[in-house]
Design a protein around this ligand. Structure first.
Ligand code: NAG
Ligand code: NAG
Length: 297
């Protein structure tokens, strides 16, 4: 059979013989290239893997706190450059406050929900704290005082229950503060919640609260201005709807998600804004310092 095949081959015209030889050679070259390709691939994978490890390792450990991280961070001009080229910029906007120049000091915010109040009272001014509500805020004030922090400001909304709550907090502080009233922090309806909860976006637009609430947000949520020379600690006493909306906004979560969060009366939500624009949320609606039989929402 072999002989026959050979004879067959020899009997073919020269062009056909050449073609068969070419095909054999091509096959051999392709086989060689295939193995060379596999080897190169393995080599590059090894090199790339090692390089990637040596770049990533010293940067950030998962168990490292954000503050340790900040101590080791690059100067802010270098951070801005590296972040604008990063592919994650679409899910986190680090210059969300639009600031161009800021100082390196963090800003700490202690966001307090007022205490339980008479929500069925006939007028706004009669919607004062209940006895339990006053007791809750006493715990909140004691807790803030125990933190041993030199607070800078004590701000409250224009509503009676927030003013009363701020007053009780101030009574508990060893270093008294001057109360600052900001009517832009008055309770309202920022945006229709999703999932739907009986309030449509048309209702929300009719209330027209959003511009005022966004102004309040911009007033308190920003990185340290260029002239800030130390860390600041501000207590803000206000209301659950806009506090929940602020939480979503500062975290860059969908703002319509605010109603998915519940905040107890007198609870503390602690947020720190770092100079690179990142956010450390230390607690949301913490009320662990209030005895459980006195907790309401
Ligand atoms: C980041 O937020 C600021 C302020 O809202 C805005 O001006 C800017 O366009 C945003 N940048 C990106 C990349 O979305
Ligand atoms: C309250 O908001 C208005 C605009 O809605 C603004 O002009 C005013 O300065 C704000 N007040 C404070 C204390 O920020």
């Amino acid at each position: 059979m072999y002989v026959t095949a050979k004879n067959n081959f020899k009997n073919k015209p020269l062009v056909l013989q050449m073609c068969v030889i070419c095909a054999h050679l091509t096959q051999r070259i392709l086989t060689l290239r295939f193995f060379a390709g596999v080897l190169t691939g393995i080599l590059f994978t090894i090199i790339f893997y090692h390089q990637k490890e040596s770049i990533d390792k010293p940067k950030f450990r998962p168990d490292q706190s954000k503050f340790e991280y900040e101590k080791n961070q690059l100067p802010s001009d270098q951070i801005d450059r590296s972040e604008s080229s990063s592919s994650s910029s679409s899910i986190w906007n680090s210059s969300w406050d639009g600031l161009k120049k800021m100082s390196t000091y963090p800003r700490h915010l202690y966001l307090i929900r007022h205490g339980q109040y008479f929500d069925n009272a006939a007028s706004l001014n009669e919607m004062k704290l209940t006895i339990l509500g006053k007791e809750q805020l006493k715990y909140t004030g004691m807790r803030l005082n125990q933190m041993n922090i030199q607070f800078n400001r004590l701000i409250h909304s224009g509503m009676v229950r927030a003013f009363e709550s701020a007053t009780i907090i101030n009574e508990q502080l060893d270093t008294k503060l001057q109360l600052i009233k900001d009517t832009n922090l008055t309770e309202g309806l920022p945006v229709a919640p999703v999932p739907y909860a009986g309030i449509s976006q048309r209702d929300a637009d009719a209330y027209g609260d959003r511009p005022r609430i966004d102004t309040a947000f911009a007033t308190y949520f920003h990185r340290a201005h260029n002239d800030q020379r130390k860390e600041t600690h501000d207590i803000i006493v206000f209301h659950a709807n806009i506090l929940r909306y602020f939480i979503c906004k500062i975290m860059q979560f969908p703002i319509q998600a605010w109603l998915r969060i519940t905040l107890n009366h007198g609870s503390i939500t602690q947020i720190t804004i770092l100079s690179d624009g990142s956010i450390v949320m230390k607690s949301v609606g913490d009320s662990g310092f209030i005895p459980s039989n006195k907790v309401t929402f």
